[in-house]
Design a protein around this ligand. Structure first.
Ligand code: NI
Length: 396
């Protein structure tokens, strides 16, 4: 199916996609708790007569269209929301306090369901197999890793994979990505600085973890500015500080959290080691002790195969025009789509959805994040064309 035809078909079901997206938006669920979301996906796949495996990776769903044999292409959507309280005025805003689809994963899920509908209706054109990956826990839970470990890339073996992410930096009607590293390797950081508390008027009788923490936070920044090659990219951000209750008591400990990013896994490891050493030795200089850990999953960098980005660019150019298909610089955000492209050729594509007229200008993870729903059918069309044109190429 040509890109333009896919767009036409997607445009026709735009209202249907929007309706599903709004239902998801009202009921955001956090990582590995996507029970209702998963139920909705299964409900729609049932209606469409698409077989699926579920649960996979706890709350995931793996749908299949086509012969069940190779060649095989996978399309992926993540389903989880964020612990953010929605502050938009949309009539379908989150009905759950403190939870919000602020990263657009509701859009990703509905766009993939849209593609499922079109692909199923045109199953005679599917020369091989298309796997639909509805994945949990992108926001730190490494759902992509679990999906991979539970075999979504095997039997039949996936030869190409595509993922889309709504992108508030690009206007509706455009897409962007790049060959090579697109998104960063990421790690969480937790630190406890232990000292000895006491009366704030008698600091000499304490070992002050607040002053030690202040020194640590400041000095961690010199790892980036003084140790990293100026032409390399890295981030060390301390994003939370908690310590103490009252003004006249020095607390016994301070807790810090943050994130570390690099464009390579090796670079991430180097930064992790340096952060630990700098924190520990500075704490020691203040007669305190720093305990540094990197909990959870370090995400690898998201690397696009150059051939796959060229292919996606070709589809995008045909569908949206060449000038609306742009090469982007790498971004220090992370994505667990990386776990798939570690094993399989693929491309992660940014879907433009910025629209000043309706206030769709806020970045993802912002309480005012708003989607331009006019972009949803474009995402559906891209998924559809990526899959069908890939199968044509792979089968030729
Ligand atoms: Ni996201």
């Amino acid at each position: 199916m040509h890109a333009k035809e896919a767009k036409k078909k997607a445009r026709k079901i735009s209202d249907w996609i929007i309706e599903i997206r709004r239902e998801l938006h009202r009921h955001p669920e956090l990582m590995y708790e996507e029970f209702k979301t998963s139920e909705l996906v299964r409900r729609e796949l049932d209606k469409l007569g698409i077989p699926y495996e579920s649960p996979i990776a706890k709350t995931g769903v793996l749908g299949t269209i086509g012969s069940g044999n190779g060649p095989c292409v996978a399309l992926r959507a993540d389903m989880d929301a964020l612990p953010i309280h929605e502050e938009t005025d949309v009539p379908f805003k989150s009905e759950i306090d403190g939870k919000m689809h602020a990263c657009g994963h509701d859009c990703h899920t509905s766009m993939l369901l849209g593609a499922a509908k079109i692909l199923k209706e045109n199953e005679k054109d599917v020369n091989g197999t298309i796997k639909l990956l509805f994945q949990p826990a992108e926001e730190g839970g490494a759902g992509g890793k679990l999906m991979r470990e539970e075999g979504v890339l095997d039997s039949p073996e996936v030869e190409r994979i595509f993922g889309l992410h709504v992108w508030p930096l690009l206007p509706t009607g455009t897409i962007g990505s790049r060959e090579g590293v697109f998104l960063a390797a990421t790690s969480f950081l937790e630190m406890t600085v232990e000292g000895e508390g006491g009366h704030a008027a008698m600091p000499h009788l304490t070992r002050d973890p607040v002053v030690a923490s202040a020194q640590i936070i400041t000095n961690l920044q010199t790892i980036i500015s003084r140790e990293l090659d100026p032409l390399d990219s890295g981030v060390v951000s301390i994003s939370t500080i908690h310590g103490g209750q009252v003004s006249n008591v020095i607390p016994p400990e301070v807790k810090l959290m943050g994130t570390i990013r690099s464009l390579t896994t090796e670079g991430l490891k180097i930064l992790q080691n340096r952060v630990k050493t700098v924190a520990e030795t500075i704490a020691q200089a203040h007669s305190c002790k720093a305990i540094v850990s990197y909990p959870g999953n370090d995400y690898p960098p998201t690397v696009n195969d150059s051939e796959m980005w060229n292919f996606a660019k070709g589809v995008g150019s045909e569908m949206l025009g060449e000038s609306n298909t742009v090469d982007l610089e790498p971004v220090m955000g992370g994505e667990d789509f990386a776990y798939y492209t570690e094993k399989v050729k693929g491309c992660f594509v940014a879907l433009g959805m910025r629209n000043e007229k309706i206030d769709a200008i806020y970045n993802v993870h912002h309480p005012l994040f708003k989607m331009d729903e006019e972009a949803l059918h474009i995402g559906t069309a891209l998924h559809t064309a990526f899959a069908l044109q890939s199968l044509e190429e792979l089968g030729a």
